[in-house]
Design a protein around this ligand. Structure first.
Ligand SMILES: [Zn+2]
Ligand SMILES: [Zn+2]
Length: 404
């Protein structure tokens, strides 16, 4: 082994970078690709890196790893915990942590590439390694596509990727069909009429309008969506007013919506719009509320045949029972843009990073939700092994399964 993967992981973990700022990470990736003799280009989609291993006639397999970290202050207490800080898009100085495990994704992909280079005489085809920026903004894959990643490099016959998750280390979770939800981020601006806090009758109060709207939005999932279906309506941000005796002129809500498919998306969006407009009308608003969609992520849909094939390959490599169906996750991903734009199948799987004993204890005590930190938690701390080895092995098994 030329790459010390544990040291590489700890280095990346100590130096997390926010979305579209992954310059050091991209530099580390580029240096390692160079050492492995893999041709690469940097700066794709701002901070992305693409490496290509052309090894004769055969299928083109894309392996994707995302690189960005989050504005979270790490509280894991690990010896290698991050103390890094960064500047967010609004110019705020913020703590930065690899709270989603993308440092593992980068490390495992580099480890897998090393193994695939070393075994070149056993396979044929082309590997395109995509180190993607800004997954957490849901914008990195589209930035790479806009930068011509599908035209500048061999187009994929299949797109593969993985994400570390709070399953027991060693376990792989993958399901056929919809693996992750579609999502939209919305900003709703409720327009009232400002005035003196002592004279509410001469105003149209957007604070009351916002409060009523938030409560009524909660009835969409509880009263209008079929209980057998999955949907989420979260109001994650609410802002209005500056002072107790001023009724402000407007209120802003920020919503996160999740659903499994386009039909559900259309239905839930229509319901949100109906509630927002009706509550404004109920408040006597003279201006229609403004509803803006800030970003949209498609559902992450795993190809049925490729997923069945890969599940068998994982079972063969790691033993029966390694692969579980984790159910559909209400989280969202932007990896599927690559497959969608290329018209290629996608398989995106999860693999566990939680100490097996710790997970078993939490399961026995029915305290998984409390005791097992999830991605984006300041306590998210995957165990290095066997997580790292399993992540490398899974990528190699998957790539080999679809290469010639
Ligand atoms: Zn994340
Ligand atoms: Zn992530």
């Amino acid at each position: 082994m030329t790459i010390d993967l544990e040291a590489l992981y700890i280095d990346l973990h100590r130096h997390p970078e926010l979305s579209f700022q992954e310059t050091r990470t991209g530099g580390v990736v580029a240096a390692r690709l160079g050492e492995l003799g893999i041709e690469y280009e940097e700066g794709i989609g701002k901070t992305g890196v693409v490496g290509v291993i052309a090894n004769g006639e055969g299928p083109v397999v894309w392996l994707r790893a995302d690189m960005d970290a989050l504005p979270v202050k790490e509280l894991t207490g690990l010896e290698y915990a991050s103390t890094a800080r960064g500047t967010d898009p609004a110019g705020n100085d913020v703590p930065v942590m690899h709270a989603c495990g993308h440092d593992l994704h980068v490390t495992c992909l580099l480890g897998a590439l090393e193994r695939l280079v070393a075994t070149k005489d056993e396979w044929a085809g082309t590997i395109v390694a995509v180190f993607q920026p800004a997954e957490e903004y849901g914008a990195g894959s589209q930035a790479m596509i806009a930068d011509g990643v599908l035209e500048r490099y061999p187009r994929p016959d299949i797109v593969l990727g993985q994400h570390v998750t709070p399953l027991p280390a060693g376990t792989i979770g993958v399901r056929s069909g919809t693996q992750m939800a579609a999502s939209d981020g919305l900003t709703v601006t409720l327009l009232g009429r400002g005035g003196h806090g002592s004279r509410p009758h001469s105003t149209i109060d957007p604070v009351v309008m916002a409060a009523a709207t938030v409560m009524r939005l909660q009835t969409i999932v509880s009263r209008e969506v079929d209980p057998r279906d999955v949907a989420v309506v979260t109001v994650g941000s609410i802002h209005a007013g500056l002072k107790n005796n001023i009724i402000p002129a407007e209120a802003k809500l920020e919503l996160s919506l999740r659903y499994p498919d386009e039909d559900a998306r259309a239905r839930v969006l229509a319901k949100v719009e109906r509630v927002v407009r009706a509550e404004a009308q109920a408040s006597g608003a003279e201006e229609e509320p403004v509803i803006e969609i800030d970003h949209t992520l498609p559902p992450t849909i795993n190809d049925v045949h490729a997923t069945a094939q890969l599940t068998l390959a994982f079972d063969r490599a790691f033993g029966d029972g390694t692969v579980v169906d984790p159910g559909m996750f209400t989280g969202s991903e932007d990896v599927s843009w690559f497959a969608r734009e290329a018209g290629a199948p996608l398989v995106f799987w999860f693999w566990g990073g939680i100490d097996q004993q710790k997970y078993a204890d939490a399961k026995a005590g029915d305290t998984i939700d409390r005791d097992i930190p999830t991605n984006h938690s300041p306590y998210f701390a995957p165990v290095i092994q066997p997580t790292l080895d399993r992540g490398v092995d899974a990528l190699v098994v998957a790539a080999r399964e679809f290469l010639g």
